[in-house]
Design a protein around this ligand. Structure first.
Ligand code: NAP
Length: 304
């Protein structure tokens, strides 16, 4: 069964229910050259993972170029996939030697320059989705909104969203923007659960904007056998996996996210295609209320 598709928001865009994050590509033996990455992207698309998550800063500002080189290896891929990228975080390092301090920048000039560069690096004429990576405390929301609208009007960006925004930061930008914010890409996993209680997931249901989920497996910490603190949650995932007739606790951890009513889209980070194939089955694993809360209780301790 292929990974199902869904709209992030009533107006779109349509994405795969599981996305792949390109962040770790330089470190993976199966993803660290254009040719290998092209094969990997093709293999993702074959199981229905067609949405790819990038950012200008990933890999010391080099990941978009690597992804673009992979697409040039297989030009037919571009029209079979959706490309997400982000702007707004400015890192210090050899990728941007002019930066003196790490900072955020959501000014119009920075947004326009970053998107032009992303399009050039990726070798495409449009981004399917552009996200504000983090809010910039110095940029008026009005200015960011006008820049996003201009990019959509010019056809360079199809939809816009945010990442790592609090509910009130989402509301502020939305109040100045004539386009819907189609997602807030946030950290969420059995190990990172703040979004349950800080209003983020409640807002996602209220606005109908499905969240994209980064580090859905805690960045791999869940599988660290040397970390005793992970044992209870791994045991609970294992018990549910056995009940649901699957062997893979990672797939159950992804199914745990997919069960949420805001219809999240986890962004998978594994650089191994065998793992992506296993995780692609997560949408078929149905958890009942007992399964779901057993995992939550193992992760956070007794519920009040
Ligand atoms: N918006 C933001 O601020 C933000 C921040 C961080 C990340 N992101 C996005 O989120 C994406 C995913 O983040 P992530 O890489 O931390 O996600 P993740 O899926 O939680 O973690 C992936 C890591 O877990 C490891 N892993 C170990 N055992 C695994 C298993 N059984 N199954 C799957 N993975 C296993 C993987 O190693 P192998 O590669 O060896 O499988 C990989 O290093 C990134 O690529 C990026 O696009 C966004």
């Amino acid at each position: 069964m292929l990974v199902p598709r869904q709209k992030l928001h009533a107006v779109g865009p349509e994405v795969s229910r599981l996305s792949w994050g390109v962040w770790r590509a330089q470190k993976g033996d199966e993803t660290n050259t254009p040719a290998k990455l092209a094969t990997f992207v093709e293999a993702c698309a074959e199981v229905g993972v067609t949405t790819f998550d990038l950012a200008d800063i990933y890999g010391n500002y080099e990941i978009e170029g690597l992804f673009g080189a992979a697409l040039r290896e297989r030009p037919t891929l571009r029209n079979r996939i959706e490309i997400v990228s982000k702007f707004g975080v400015c890192n210090v390092g050899t990728g941007r030697p002019a930066h003196r301090v790490k900072h955020y920048n959501c000014s119009r000039a920075h947004i326009e320059a970053t998107v032009e560069n992303s399009l050039k690096e990726i070798g495409t004429d449009r981004l399917d989705l552009l996200l504000v990576h983090r809010p910039d405390y110095l940029a008026p929301a009005e200015e960011t909104a006008r820049a996003l609208e201009a990019l959509v009007a010019a056809g360079k960006v199809r939809s816009v969203g945010v990442s790592n925004h609090t509910p009130s930061q989402v509301s502020l930008l939305q109040s100045k923007l004539s386009l819907p914010i189609v997602t807030n890409q946030i950290e969420l996993s059995v190990l990172a659960r703040a979004a349950f209680s800080d209003g983020t997931l409640a807002q996602a249901q209220e606005t109908g904007a499905s969240p994209m989920i980064w580090s859905p497996l805690g960045g791999g910490r869940l599988f660290d056998e040397t970390n005793e603190a992970m044992r209870p949650v791994r045991d609970a995932l294992g018990a549910v996996a056995a009940r649901r007739g699957t062997a893979d606790i990672a797939a159950v951890a992804i199914a745990w996210l997919l069960a949420l009513p805001s219809r999240p889209v986890p962004v998978l980070g594994s650089t191994r295609i065998a793992r992506i194939r296993v995780l692609s089955k997560a949408a078929a694993i149905e958890l009942d209320r007992w399964d779901w809360y057993q995992i939550l209780e193992a992760a956070q301790g007794r519920l009040p």
